[in-house]
Write a protein that binds this ligand. Structure first.
Ligand SMILES: [Zn+2]
Length: 302
């Protein structure tokens, strides 16, 4: 699956420069604060990551034009459902943590999962008493989720009936793919029931793994992950979109790849060996300081 993905992605690269094809790209200002001043960080997979000089947001710039990005996803057949199959226990645990966070603030009702894939998160939500709905653009995954009894739209959220409102809208590893996150959040507010909330899990630019490993960290892919938020920048994006942040939790320590990297090994290959002298790096310590690989964030319109 990964080789096919690499081949597919390389068709969007300029063979001479190794960078993304210039005809597909556009320059942009900071997606959070709008400032145009930025510092270059590094190139990963042909894409240039930069950091906003004003608010510290990390983002891809230049970035695919909207039409090019839509075209990229339309023809990309790598299915998330396959990944779910091999690591179901991991996903169930992380989905359960997200539900715990949401249920602390939101009363059970209708739940819409955007990018619901084969519906594994919807299964977990239904087991906890939610009425489950999904949006998924991959037709094969729609079929899988529907076969389990979830109602799924094979369309963008704008195509849903306007009177439809949800107590909770969830975005698992989706929001970092959206170029105009602030605009997207504003649109989602119209889809929430009174006292409804938006839940998201996103990779964290604050994470120790991202900050130490930089372009060697899987958070950065150079094409799909267009916006990498940290605690401060997701808070600022939420405020600009008219939301308050109810909670931010740090999840996934990512210590194994980090330890491998600190042992001069490939972070994601080979077996994990504990590193003497680095045993002070413990999961609890990382999460207390919000240095985990991903953040789970709950937002409510003001
Ligand atoms: Zn900024």
């Amino acid at each position: 699956m990964y080789e096919a993905t690499d081949r597919y992605r390389s068709s969007f690269l300029d063979p001479a420069s190794g960078l993304l094809r210039p005809d597909l790209l556009e320059e942009r200002a900071c997606p959070v604060c709008g400032d145009s001043a930025q510092h270059k960080l590094f190139v990963k997979g042909g894409g240039q990551y930069v950091r906003c000089a004003s608010c510290s947001m990390v983002f891809l710039n230049p970035v695919f034009k909207d039409a090019a990005l839509a075209d990229y996803y339309r023809h990309n057949t790598a299915a998330q459902a396959a990944a779910h199959g091999s690591e179901e226990a991991f996903y169930r645990r992380i989905y359960g943590a997200g539900m715990d966070l949401a249920q602390h603030h939101v009363r059970r009702g209708d739940l819409l999962d955007i990018g619901c894939s084969g519906g594994l998160f919807l299964d977990v939500a239904r087991e906890r008493g939610w009425k489950t709905f999904g949006i998924e653009l991959n037709e094969q995954e729609v079929v899988i989720a529907e076969s389990k009894g979830h109602q799924v739209w094979n369309a963008e959220i704008g195509a849903l009936p306007t009177e439809r409102r949800f107590a909770l809208i969830s975005l698992w590893d989706v929001f970092e793919h959206i170029k105009d996150g602030v605009g997207y959040l504003r649109a989602l507010a119209d889809r929430l029931a009174p006292d409804g909330a938006v839940f998201m899990q996103i990779p964290s630019a604050d994470s120790l793994a991202a900050r130490v490993m930089r372009e060697h960290c899987n958070v950065f892919d150079g094409l799909e992950h267009v916006n990498l938020y940290g605690q401060a920048t997701i808070n600022q994006a939420a405020q600009r979109a008219g939301y308050d942040v109810l909670a931010i939790e740090s999840v996934i320590d990512e210590l194994k790849p980090l330890m491998n990297f600190l042992a001069y090994e490939h972070p994601y290959q080979g077996s994990f060996k504990p590193q003497p002298g680095l045993d002070f790096l413990k999961p609890e310590l990382l999460h207390q300081r919000k240095l985990g690989y991903k953040m789970q964030v709950l937002l409510r319109p003001r």
